[in-house]
Design a protein around this ligand. Structure first.
Ligand SMILES: [Zn+2]
Length: 675
C-alpha cells in the first residue's frame, strides 16, 4: 500500500492538481491502512472481537438488562460502596493523613474499581453525565490516596506501609489489576487521562520492584496479568506486556521463600503448583483460575506463545469435559470457592460463584479469538445466559454470590455481601455485553452471539453496516440486513450453536435424549434458501453482497431433554430441560408451592407457553407430570398428575425464597422426593 502511494507521485504539469490528487490518495491509503491496522492487532488472533463501543445493542432481551444495570445495579453499587460500607471512606482516610484505621477487608478497594469499570461502560453506551460526575468524584479521591512512589492501597497505607509486598496473598496486585482495568475503561469512555496516568504511575512503580533481575512475585489472586495487557494495548508500551508474561512465568516455581503465604497453604488453590505452561488440570479457586487463563490467553494473543494455548486447551477440556455444571457454572465447593474432584458436581451444595461464570465468559471469548473455533462461544453462551445472569435479580439490585442448581427454599438474593466481588462483576459484564456479539478476521465476519444490534465493519473494500434483529433466546430467527455503498464479497460466519447441533456441551459431559432430532440451520438470502459450508462450528454464508440484502439465519428451537453421563452421580436418573441457550428449572412458586415432589419420566413431553416472571416476559415449559402429595388423611402419600411449569434458571428466586430444581428425577425409585 505504501509503495503504491510512492509510485503515484505523478509528474503532472499542474502542481496544484498534483497536490490535491496526492493528498486524496494519501488520505485514501491512510484510510485503508487504518482499517487494516484494526484488523491486524496480532497475527496470533484468528477472530478479533468487535469492541462493545462499536456495537449498538437494540435487543429485546439484553437492552433492558443493560439499562437496568446502568440505573438500578450501578445505583446499588454506588450506594453500597460510598454510603453503606467504608470502601470510599478508606481512600478519604489515606488522603487526610491523620493516622485513622482501615475499615473492612484488605481487598475492598477492588470493589470500588470494579464498580468504576462498570460505570465507565455504562457512560460509553448511555452518555449519562451524572454517572460521569460520580466517577470523576471517585477518581479524585483515589488519586489523593496515591503515594509519591506510585503505590496505592488503602489497607497497607492505613495499617503499616512497612509490611507492603510481604504477603503474596494480600491482594495488593489484585486490587491494582482492577484499578488498571477501570482506568483503561474510563479513558476509553471519556478520553480523560487522570485515572490512566495514575495507573501508569502505579505500574511503573511495580515494574521498578518486580521482574527479571529484581524481586520475584506470584500474584496471590490473579488479575494483574490481564490488566497489564489492557494497559499495554492502550499505551502501546511493551513493558506492561512483558511484565504480564513474566508474572505468568513466576507461577509453579515454589517461590514462597521469604514471603508470608497466609491463606496459601495449598499451592494448587492458587494454580501455583505447576508452571502455567505445564498445567493439565483445573485446580483450586475458580475465579483465580479464570482470571489466570484469561491473562495467559491475552499474553499469547500478542506474543504468539503457543505453549500457553496448548496448556489452556488441556485445562479447558478438564473444566468443560469434567467439571462444568449444565448452567455453565464452575467451582462446586464452598470450602475453596473452587474445584474438587472430577465429576463432583452436587446440585444443592453447588457453589458456582457468579464471578466464576463471568470469568468463563472472559476466558472462552479469548479462546475463541485465539483458535477461531465456535465451541468456546457455546460455553461462553451457556455461562452467560445461565450461570452468570442468575447472579443478578430481575429488579437489578439484588444478587447471588453462589448459584446452586437445587434449593430447598433457604436461598435468598441479597443487597450486598461482606466480600462483594460479584455485584460489580455481573454489572461490568452486562454493561459491556456488546463485546461478545461480533468478530472479524482478515477475510470474514463472525456472528458469535445472537443479540439484536448493529455495527459497522470496516473492510479493506469499504464499510459494511450489519444490523441484526431477533427475539433470541425465545425465538431462533436472526434477520440480518446488510448496508453498503459498493458490493462486498466477504463471507459471513454464523455460529452453529452446540445446543442446536446435538452437543449440549463439548466433551459429552451432558447429552441429549436419544429421540432428539438434529436439525440443521436454514439460511435464506432475500427470501431464498441458500447452501452453506460448515467450518469450525460456523455456518459460512458466502456470496457477493449488495446494499439492503437480508440474511435470515434460522435455528430450530426445540425443547431438549438433557442427561448427564453416569459419572455425575448427583444427576443419575434425572433430566434437565433446555431450549435454545436457556437452561430451565422448576420453582415451587409456580407449582402449588412445591418443586421437589414431582417426577419427569423420560417420555414426558414439555411444550412451550408464554409466561411472565414478575415483569420478565419469558417462554416457560409445561408438562403434565406425576406429583406426590399427602393424602387427605394427612398420613399416606398419593400420586396425581399436575401441570408443571418450568422457568428459565436465571429467573428463579425473584419471587421470594422457595424450593427449586434444575435436574428432575425420572422415577420415584431412589429419589429424594419431598412432599
Ligand atoms: Zn464473586
Amino acid at each position: 500500500m505504501k509503495n503504491s502511494y510512492i509510485v503515484f507521485k505523478v509528474k503532472n504539469k499542474n502542481k496544484a492538481i498534483n497536490t490535491i490528487i496526492a493528498s486524496m490518495v494519501m488520505f485514501f491509503v491512510l484510510f485503508l491502512l487504518s482499517n487494516l491496522n484494526i484488523q491486524a492487532q496480532s497475527n496470533s488472533v484468528k477472530i478479533e472481537p468487535v469492541n462493545f463501543s462499536n456495537v449498538n445493542v437494540t435487543d429485546n432481551f439484553w437492552k433492558p438488562k443493560m439499562d437496568l444495570v446502568a440505573t438500578k445495579t450501578l445505583a446499588a453499587c454506588i450506594y453500597q460502596t460510598e454510603e453503606k460500607t467504608p470502601r470510599i471512606r478508606n481512600f478519604e482516610k489515606v488522603a487526610r493523613k491523620k493516622g485513622e484505621k482501615h475499615e473492612g477487608v484488605f481487598y475492598d478497594d477492588s470493589d470500588v474499581f470494579k464498580a468504576l469499570e462498570a460505570i465507565s461502560y455504562a457512560i460509553k453506551t448511555s452518555h449519562d453525565k451524572n454517572l460521569e460526575a460520580k466517577a470523576d468524584e471517585w477518581i479524585d479521591k483515589i488519586a489523593a490516596a496515591q503515594l509519591e512512589d506510585g503505590y496505592l492501597n488503602t489497607y497497607y497505607t492505613l495499617s503499616g506501609l512497612d509490611k507492603r509486598w510481604s504477603d503474596m496473598s494480600m491482594h495488593e496486585d489484585y486490587n491494582a489489576g482492577h484499578m488498571i482495568e477501570a482506568a483503561v475503561a474510563y479513558y476509553d469512555a471519556t478520553g480523560k487521562r487522570k485515572f490512566l496516568d495514575l495507573v501508569i504511575k502505579w505500574a511503573n512503580y511495580f515494574d521498578s520492584l518486580f521482574g527479571p533481575g529484581k524481586r520475584d512475585w506470584v500474584t496471590g489472586h490473579q488479575e494483574l496479568e490481564l490488566a497489564l495487557v489492557k494497559l499495554y494495548r492502550v499505551t502501546n508500551d511493551k513493558k506492561y506486556l512483558n511484565l504480564a508474561d513474566w508474572l505468568l512465568s513466576e507461577r509453579g516455581k515454589k517461590l514462597a521463600k521469604g514471603y508470608t503465604w497466609s491463606e496459601w497453604k495449598d499451592t494448587a488453590y492458587a494454580q501455583d503448583a505447576v508452571p502455567v505452561k505445564a498445567q493439565k488440570e483445573i485446580t483450586g479457586h475458580a475465579v483465580r483460575a479464570m482470571y489466570l487463563y484469561t491473562g495467559a490467553a491475552d499474553v499469547a494473543a500478542h506474543t504468539g506463545d503457543q505453549d500457553y494455548v496448548t496448556a489452556m486447551r488441556r485445562v479447558w477440556e478438564d473444566v468443560v469435559f469434567r467439571n462444568m455444571y449444565i448452567t455453565g457454572g464452575i467451582g462446586s465447593a464452598g470450602s475453596n470457592e473452587g474445584f474438587t474432584n472430577d465429576y463432583d458436581l452436587p446440585n444443592e451444595q453447588a457453589y458456582c460463584e457468579t464471578c466464576a461464570s463471568v470469568g468463563m465468559v472472559f476466558w472462552n471469548q479469548r479462546m475463541n479469538s485465539l483458535t477461531g473455533n465456535a465451541e468456546y462461544i457455546d460455553v461462553l453462551e451457556r455461562s452467560l445466559y445461565n450461570g452468570a445472569l442468575d447472579g443478578l435479580s430481575l429488579s437489578g439490585d439484588r444478587f447471588f454470590y453462589g448459584n446452586p442448581l437445587a434449593s430447598s427454599g433457604k436461598n435468598a438474593r441479597r443487597e450486598w455481601f461482606g466480600t462483594a466481588c460479584c455485584p460489580a462483576n455481573i454489572a461490568r459484564l452486562i454493561a459491556s455485553l456488546g463485546n461478545y456479539i461480533y468478530g472479524y478476521s482478515k477475510d470474514k465476519i463472525f456472528v458469535n452471539l445472537f443479540v439484536g444490534s448493529n455495527t459497522n465493519f470496516k473492510l479493506s473494500t469499504g464499510d459494511l453496516q450489519f444490523t441484526m434483529a431477533t427475539n433470541y433466546p425465545w425465538a431462533g430467527t436472526m434477520k440480518c440486513t446488510l448496508n453498503m455503498k459498493k458490493k462486498q464479497s466477504v463471507p459471513i460466519a454464523f455460529r452453529w450453536p452446540g445446543w442446536a447441533n446435538g452437543i449440549p456441551a463439548p466433551g459429552q459431559l451432558y447429552f441429549y435424549d436419544k429421540n432428539t432430532k438434529e436439525e440443521k440451520p436454514t439460511v435464506l438470502v432475500n427470501g431464498n434458501e441458500v447452501k452453506y459450508q460448515i467450518e469450525n462450528g460456523y455456518v459460512l454464508v458466502q456470496q457477493e453482497w449488495k446494499d439492503n440484502d437480508v440474511i435470515e439465519y434460522k435455528l430450530p428451537m426445540e425443547v431438549k431433554k438433557i442427561m448427564a453421563r453416569d459419572e455425575l452421580v448427583q444427576d443419575n436418573g434425572r433430566i434437565a430441560l433446555q431450549r435454545g441457550p436457556i437452561v430451565y428449572c422448576v420453582e415451587a412458586v409456580d407449582n402449588n408451592g412445591k418443586a421437589w415432589n414431582l417426577i419427569a419420566p423420560s417420555n414426558s413431553r414439555f411444550t412451550t407457553e408464554a409466561f411472565s416472571v414478575i415483569d420478565e416476559k419469558i417462554v416457560s415449559l409445561v408438562a403434565n407430570l406425576p406429583v406426590v402429595q399427602l393424602g387427605v388423611d394427612g398420613l399416606s402419600a398419593q400420586t396425581m398428575v399436575q401441570k408443571i411449569r418450568a422457568i428459565p434458571y436465571y429467573t428463579w428466586c425473584n419471587r421470594g425464597s422457595n424450593s427449586m430444581q434444575v435436574w428432575l428425577p425420572t422415577s420415584f425409585k431412589n429419589e429424594k422426593i419431598n412432599y
